[in-house]
Design a protein around this ligand. Structure first.
Ligand code: ZN
Length: 381
């Protein structure tokens, strides 16, 4: 038998029984049509078209086994899943069961697309063999126009100006229509992973992956996800300016976006704690970076270890670089990273630049060069 289109079970409950299926964050609930139910005791799983009632599920399953002659697997949870066909062909409290003939007619109508419902929009998954086949360039292009005000609000709550980042093409937002084409993206969309941050190859030419940033705290899922199967590089490679004086290294996308939205030219967000200058591609990238490398590191033990490791690598690989760790955050224990600092500080850019000026005057001996850099710092970094 052909697989039912996702959501068929909801249409069935709404059309046959006249019920309203309610959507929650991850599940759907409905008043059970098979027992006198004044709460919504039944759950619906539209992706796989099954139904379960927490009160009479087991009875229903046994009934269906008798009618269909198929014994369904015993359940080791309190959920007794019964398939859409059983929901159609079992006698409900106020409604008669469909005959085999009527069930077939109903299916035909669903497959022709004549019956639609509002509750479950997820009917048009693109037929990709694997989610690994998703092309990040294509997703990036498809989300070009969409603006998500909730995502902008989320960024604003972290003192990050999303409008600037969007205009500079550094972020985009996942839109529902695009998400509905891919299973994995629909999952991301449903769980509020709505900010897209591209990862380019180390030449800065092609997008090799996208990070999806979660904009709510209402579930225990990780803060960010990548596309499955794609290569993971670092943030900001596409936007490096050769004529800049310095590059900022930070950990992760939030700190990266924080500095970018303050208007700093060269910022690299290292994707993870293993993301060091140890592969040929990254060593090449290092050679192209300007003379000064400022590194903000997380104000904890792993952060400090990580900074030391990077410092040693850079020193060994390229003697001409001047590496300056920026630990201006460590005075306050509450401030763990750049984003915390930016949230807690009035005029953070000014504070950061002041501290850089101090460090530069320590690092450079030639007074003329030193003065020139310090006086023009804002336009140089
Ligand atoms: Zn029930």
């Amino acid at each position: 038998m052909k697989k039912l289109p996702p959501g068929t079970i909801i249409i069935l409950l709404e059309k046959k029984f006249g019920l309203k299926v309610k959507k929650h964050v991850k599940t759907y609930s409905v008043k059970c049509p098979f027992h006198d139910d004044n709460k919504a005791s039944a759950l619906v799983f539209p992706e796989v078209n099954v139904f379960t009632c927490l009160v009479c599920g087991q009875k229903l399953k046994e009934k269906w086994a008798k009618i269909s002659g198929k014994s369904l697997k015993p359940s080791n949870t309190r959920y007794h899943y019964i398939p859409a066909k059983a929901v159609a062909m079992l006698e409900g409290i106020n409604k008669k069961a469909l005959t085999e003939e009527e069930w077939k007619l109903f299916l035909k109508e669903i497959q022709s697309g004549n019956i639609k419902q509002e509750t479950y929009e997820n009917q048009n998954f693109k037929e990709t063999k694997k989610d690994n086949d998703i092309n990040p360039e294509e997703i990036w292009k498809l989300c070009k126009e969409h603006i998500c005000t909730n995502s902008l609000k989320y960024l604003k709550s972290r003192n990050i100006n999303g409008n600037i980042l969007f205009k500079k093409n550094l972020i985009r937002f996942l839109n529902k229509e695009v998400a509905a084409k891919y299973k994995i993206l629909y999952y991301y969309y449903k769980n509020d992973y709505k900010i897209l941050i591209p990862l380019y190859d180390y030449n800065g030419k092609n997008i090799v992956n996208i990070q999806f940033r979660k904009i709510s705290k209402n579930n225990k899922l990780p803060k960010a996800k990548f596309l499955p199967g794609g290569k993971v590089t670092d943030f900001g490679i596409e936007d490096l300016k050769q004529n800049s004086l310095a590059t900022f290294l930070v950990e992760g996308s939030t700190d990266y976006l924080s500095l970018k939205s303050l208007g700093y030219k060269n910022v690299i967000g290292l994707t993870n704690i293993n993301s060091t200058f140890s592969t040929p591609e990254k060593i090449n990238l290092l050679k192209k970076l300007p003379k000064f490398i400022f590194m903000f590191y997380d104000n904890d033990e792993p952060g400090i270890e990580f900074m030391k490791q990077i410092k040693n690598q850079i020193k060994n690989l390229d003697n001409s670089k001047i590496f300056i760790p920026l630990n201006l955050l460590s005075k306050t224990k509450k401030i763990k990273d750049v984003n915390d600092f930016i949230i807690a500080t009035e005029n953070p850019k000014n504070k950061i630049n002041q501290s850089i000026k101090k460090l530069i005057s320590l690092a450079i001996n030639n007074k003329e060069i030193k003065d020139r850099i310090i006086n023009n710092l804002d336009s140089l970094i």
